[in-house]
Design a protein around this ligand. Sequence first.
Ligand SMILES: C[S@@+](CC[C@H](N)C(=O)[O-])C[C@H]1O[C@@H](n2cnc3c(N)ncnc32)[C@H](O)[C@@H]1O
Length: 203
Amino acid sequence: MCVMELGLGQFLREVLVRPHQLGAIVPSSGRLARAMVAPLRYGAHALIVEAGAGTGSITRAILQCLPRHGRLYAFEVNRKFCQYLRKRFADHRLCIVNQPVETMLEILPARPTAIISSLPLMLFPERKRRMYLALFAEVLASSGVYVQFSYRPGLYRLCREYFARVDRRFVIWNLPPAWVWICTKSVNAGGVSVASADIVHLA
Ligand SMILES: C[S@@+](CC[C@H](N)C(=O)[O-])C[C@H]1O[C@@H](n2cnc3c(N)ncnc32)[C@H](O)[C@@H]1O
């Protein structure tokens, strides 16, 4: 059995035990993972935070583009997923943190240049959604980018309260199809070129 199949089996078992913590029925597709990392412009010393790494679909896409001296801090609350991630990725650039992403201020060596989140925000009450958005906006480097996916479209207005610019993409090739939200603190942040409210089907 290959590593991907093991990851899917592990994911499905955890979905049955902790459906609200996971907020998904299967890991993200390769198309969604690529759409999540597409807005990133990696400097030589990029410091990336992944919130909710799961079994590593998006972790893998980030690592594929990360420069040699870049660092990825992957936060994941599920202990079994962390064990799985450690086996799946032997990579000196990756630090797997078995803690809620809320603790990132205590752990990160500097402000992250990107935050890539799979947290199931739409399942959370508004108060909790706001807590994450406020935290991400506060911690992110001024020229950084925050990327979030959701299975429902209604995140635009809330994200705009915390970020100067919010763009979106739609990824149909995922189960279920998903929206990708690309948020920057500055309207002119470099590297993010998707037109506002532009829906792109990644086929
Ligand atoms: C929708 S799954 C996404 C998993 C993976 N990134 C993917 O795209 O396939 C969300 C993940 O977030 C994790 N999670 C939920 N709350 C978290 C938190 N506060 N901090 C870190 N991880 C969290 C869950 O355990 C779950 O693995």
